[in-house]
Design a protein around this ligand. Sequence first.
Ligand code: AMO
Length: 469
Amino acid sequence: MRDSSGWHPTAFRSHTIGQIVSGGADLVGEEVSIAGYAETVRGRGAIAFIMLRDGTGHIQAFAKKDNMEEATFDALQSATRESTIQVTGPVAQKRPPKTKEGEAPPAPEFEIQVTSAVILSSADAPLPVGVIDDVNVGLDIRLDNRYLDLRRAHVNARFQMRSKVLQYGRDHLITEGFAEINSPKIIAAAAEGGTNLFPMMYFDTPAFLSQSPQLYKQLAILGGLERVFEIGPAFRAEKHDTYRHLNEFISFDIEGAWMNDEDVMCVQERMIHHIWTQVAANDQNLIDVINEYKTSQGEETISVDIPQLPFPRISYCEAIVIVQNGGGEIEWGDDIESHHCDIIAAEYPGFHFLPRWPMAMKPFYIYHNEDEKGATGGQLSRGFDLNYGRDEMTSGGQREHRVDVLEQNLRNMDLDPKDFTFYTDGFRYGAPPHAGWGLGVARLLMVLTGAGNVREVVLFPRDRSRVTP
Ligand code: AMO
């Protein structure tokens, strides 16, 4: 539940439930109005107990027929679960339960003694997805009814965590001098290869949804913004159907001038370290809620183990040897696929960078140093990945700032430099060496919250079979 100490009264409530639960002793006798969802409604005859929940806590509302209008009492007593209700009345301290001799008295609990109430919206019954009951429904039904699924405490906690992670990441980059930008999402040319673009019509001109802010964050650097970051959507028309791919995802990108691949790897590990440190210091309550659910399901609980810096660096060439020694079939120049990553993860289960990939496997905008060759003489690049266990979190690299090499890279990759002049022309007027990365927010959250699927940490996921809700 959220700390609501700084929340102001609104048209519908004088206090949040959290404010009453935590400051109840000072409020005893004071008339308050609260509003929330009816988790349970109990009682018979002339009394009713309604457990109300808002985003900040739970509290019991105690209603007595002879304390209010009869029609209001009847409506309260017959309210369905999850209906939204506003109640007004004085705060009272609940009678403490009896304690055995020598036992410490429990912390005082409070309730509202209802004098008036309004059913703001009645919930249909039965609910398609249980909110407090542990009804076993599949992910698809949960996603169809996400508005209800989100009311479940552990699901809600994951999204609170998502907000925190973005906040801590942002805070960290700002302290390192990065400025937030927003790049266009309607674009004319592919940054990450032309096969997975979603086409659209931009008035009379064919255009696409952006796969990555890549080319634009680089143009911002060429424009002298020096250190930029963006948290925004990326769209990929990939026909993947996995636990870690979506067709729309939030990419957390940075780009920095006068930096190389190693410099931005350091930015990344410092940022992740900061996020983990802040979560460990401030958000154990969210971890506890998630763990309570995991325990109820017999799943392994999670803990926030602050990763040690620096993260290991395992060059592509070293990774190939690790996979080969581990019995995997791979040759220099092959992609390191998930089943290969499993072998590497056995040795490096946490965060680890994989720098210096073959140039032939990296996009045209990645820099290469002609002197750096791999085992078979193949050209190495300054592109890297960050993995956690078997999963890729990030790709990044130093960028090609030499315009003639950049154009040659495009040609080498069967792309026409004429389609990219809006980008390459930016390199003709003095281009700083620069580097950056793009991090999949949902993948990082999967690690932090112990979710087995990115859909668990994306509000309304878009995949091959889902465009609603
Ligand atoms: P890349 O294509 O590797 O690199 O994407 C960067 C990171 O974004 C996440 N990601 C995805 N997450 C969910 N569903 C998907 N379909 C998906 N595709 C990618 C991954 C991945 O590591 N321009 C470069 C970044 C850079 O060099 O700055 C890029 O987009 O976590």
